[in-house]
Design a protein around this ligand. Structure first.
Ligand SMILES: [Zn+2]
Ligand SMILES: [Zn+2]
Length: 132
């Protein structure tokens, strides 16, 4: 009995590790479905529900962040504070790091309602791919 629980825990841990590694290795900000499709190549047995549960868990534990476009939740294994560009047409999510070096200026500033510890900034527009 104890062994079974241990096996399940070990399995979940390795599934989690594979999903997190995938998220950290891509810059595409995949959706839950993208993650499921990709991870299934390595873990053919994994269910969609398990992938969703693990993604939620990663988000809750702050190991991954979630970015919401109009219709979709995207996941990002990069939890550093960085600004995102969201395309209004294809809902693609892009990191904009250097382009928004000024964003960090507001960090640690004291404002009327309190002190800022972090930020999350989304910019919206049409990406180059969609402009063509
Ligand atoms: Zn686009
Ligand atoms: Zn990002």
């Amino acid at each position: 009995m104890v062994k079974t629980i241990k096996n399940i825990l070990e399995r979940t841990t390795s599934q989690k590790r594979i999903i997190l590694n995938y998220l950290k290795g891509v810059k595409t900000h995949p959706t839950a479905d993208d993650v499921y499709r990709e991870v299934r190549k390595k873990l053919p047995q994994i269910s969609q529900a398990t992938v969703y549960r693990i993604l939620n868990n990663l988000k809750d534990k702050n190991e991954a962040q979630i970015i919401l476009s109009k219709n979709t939740a995207h996941f990002d294994g990069d939890i550093s504070m960085h600004a995102h560009f969201i395309c209004n047409k294809c809902e693609g999510v892009y990191d904009i790091l250097n382009e928004c070096s000024n964003c960090s200026v507001i960090k640690n500033q004291k404002i009327k309602v309190g002190k800022i510890n972090g930020y999350m900034i989304y910019f919206y527009g049409i990406c180059n791919k969609c402009k063509k």
